[in-house]
Design a binder for this molecule. Structure first.
Ligand SMILES: [Zn+2]
Ligand SMILES: [Zn+2]
Length: 419
C-alpha cells in the first residue's frame, strides 16, 4: 500500500490523501483552503483516481470533489447524510466563489449522481480495498475511514471528536490492530474543558443577557454547530425564546430525515420544534429588538444574516455576542473576539455589546487523542496532519516520547510505502 499526501499537511484545509494498492487508487477527501481565490490540493488527473471516499461534509474535505466529475469515470463513496450536507455547502461555495472555481453546478450534480451512499459500519469493496465508515462524532454524518488491503490496515481519522456533543454521539474508536494512522492534529496540543461545563457556563450567560433585557446573538456555522446550540438550550430547559435564521434551517430539515445519526433524536426534534424559525426581514427586524437569543450563520460573521444581526446587536451594551466556533485569523469574527471591533458599512466601529467566546470544539483535544492512540493495538506508523505546523510537529514528538510510536509530520507531495 502506498500513501501520497496531496494536501492538509502542516495546515488546516484542502485535506487530500491518495492511497494506492496493486489494483487501483482511491482518494481520501479532496478539500479546499477557503482563501480568496480558494486553494486546491496538489494536482492529480481525475482519470488516475478510481474512487473518492469522503469523510465529512466540511469544505476543507469536500470542496474540490466536483472537479473529478467534469468528465466522469470516478465514483464517490460516502454516508448519505454527508452527501446531502456536502451538496448544501458546495452549492453555497459556488454561489460565493463560483467565479474562481474550476467546476460548475452541473459537475456537482454529476457528483451526486455518481455517489454510492454507505451506512455507518458498512464495508464496501473497491479495487482490492475494503473501506469501512465509522462514526467520527465531529459533524452529522461524519466518519473515520478504515481502509484495508492485503491485510494492511490504515485508519484515516478524518476530523474526529471522542467526546461528541449535545447533538452527536462521541466517535467510535474501537479500531483494533492498525498498521498506519493518518490523524488529525487540530487541537492535539491543547485540552478542552469538559463539554457539560462549557454548556452550563454558556446557558448561564444567555440567561443573564436576556434577563437584563438584552438580545444575545450567537453566530454559528449552519451545519452542526447551530443545531448543537439549539439542543443545548433545550437540554437545560432555557426559559426564554430562541430563534434561528439562515442556511441552518435547511440543515434542520436534512437532519430531521436522518435521526439515527443524532445522539438524542427526541431532544433534536423538540429543540427545533420549540424555536422560532426566521424566514423574512420583518421577522428579523422584530426579533433583533426583543430580549431573546438568535442563532444564525455565518459562524465567523463573514456573510449571511449574521452580518445584519452583528451590526444591530453590537450597538447596545445590554446586548451580547457569544462566539461558539473557531474563528480563523483575519475573519470579522476573530477581529471581534480580539479587538471588540466590527466593520459596519466599510467603517470600523467599537462594539458596545458584551463579547464572549465559548469552547464548543468538535475536535478531540490532547487527552482524547492520546486515549484513542493508547487503545489502538499494534505499532502503527502515524502521520500527523490537519493542524497548524507547530501542532503537527509537537503531536508527532509526543506520540514518539510518550507512546513509542513512529510518528512523522508529512509535507505536501510526500509518499510513504506501507508493508
Ligand atoms: Zn471538519
Ligand atoms: Zn477539517
Amino acid at each position: 500500500m502506498k500513501i501520497k499526501i496531496l494536501g492538509g499537511a502542516r495546515e488546516v484545509g484542502r485535506s487530500a490523501f491518495l492511497v494506492e494498492n496493486s489494483e487501483g487508487r482511491v482518494l481520501l477527501d479532496f478539500g479546499v483552503q477557503l482563501t480568496r481565490p480558494p486553494a486546491f490540493p496538489m494536482h492529480i488527473q481525475p482519470r488516475e483516481v478510481d474512487s473518492i471516499l469522503l469523510s465529512h461534509a466540511h469544505l476543507d474535505h469536500s470542496g474540490g470533489i466536483p472537479l473529478f466529475f467534469i468528465s466522469g469515470g470516478t465514483k464517490l463513496y460516502t454516508i448519505g447524510l454527508t452527501l446531502e450536507l456536502a451538496q448544501l455547502l458546495i452549492e453555497d461555495f459556488l454561489r460565493i466563489s463560483g467565479f474562481y472555481l474550476p467546476f460548475e453546478y452541473i459537475d456537482l450534480l454529476s457528483m451526486v449522481n455518481e455517489t454510492r451512499r454507505v451506512d455507518l459500519n458498512e464495508s464496501v469493496e473497491i479495487k482490492g480495498f475494503t473501506a469501512t465508515f465509522l462514526n467520527s462524532g465531529h459533524l452529522p454524518g461524519g466518519a473515520s475511514i478504515l481502509l484495508t488491503s492485503n491485510s494492511i490496515r490504515l485508519l484515516y481519522t478524518g476530523d474526529i471528536s471522542a467526546q461528541g456533543s449535545a447533538l452527536l454521539r462521541g466517535a467510535d474508536t474501537n479500531f483494533g490492530e492498525l498498521d498506519a494512522v493518518i490523524t488529525e492534529s487540530t487541537y492535539a496540543t491543547t485540552d478542552h474543558l469538559p463539554r457539560e461545563d462549557v454548556e452550563r457556563e454558556f446557558i448561564e450567560f444567555a440567561k443573564e443577557v436576556v434577563e437584563r433585557g438584552g438580545t444575545l446573538f450567537v453566530p454559528a456555522f449552519s451545519v452542526g454547530r447551530a443545531q448543537e446550540i439549539a439542543c443545548v438550550f433545550k437540554k437545560y430547559n432555557f426559559p426564554h425564546s430562541v430563534a434561528m435564521d439562515g442556511m441552518a434551517l435547511k440543515t434542520n430539515e436534512i437532519l430531521s430525515r436522518y435521526p439515527e445519526y443524532l445522539r438524542d433524536p427526541k431532544l433534536f426534534r423538540e429543540s427545533i420544534g420549540s424555536i422560532e424559525l426566521i424566514r423574512g426581514w420583518s421577522q428579523r427586524r422584530r426579533i433583533v429588538k426583543t430580549p431573546s437569543v438568535i442563532i444564525s450563520p455565518a459562524g465567523m460573521l463573514v456573510g449571511g444574516a449574521a452580518v445584519f444581526y452583528n451590526a444591530e446587536v453590537s450597538k447596545r451594551s445590554k446586548n451580547a455576542i457569544a462566539l461558539v466556533s473557531y474563528q480563523m485569523p483575519e475573519t470579522p469574527g476573530r477581529i471581534l473576539m480580539e479587538k471588540k471591533i466590527t466593520i459596519i458599512n466599510g467603517k470600523p466601529k467599537k462594539v458596545k455589546a458584551e463579547v464572549r467566546h465559548f469552547d464548543f470544539s468538535s475536535h478531540s483535544g490532547r487527552k482524547e487523542l492520546f486515549d484513542m492512540f493508547r487503545k489502538i493495538e499494534g505499532e502503527p506508523k502515524v502521520y500527523t496532519v490537519h493542524g497548524e505546523e507547530k501542532n503537527c510537529i509537537q503531536f508527532a514528538e509526543e506520540l514518539k516520547t510518550e507512546l513509542g510510536l513512529d510518528a512523522v509530520v508529512p509535507k505536501i507531495g510526500d509518499t510513504y510505502l506501507l508493508k
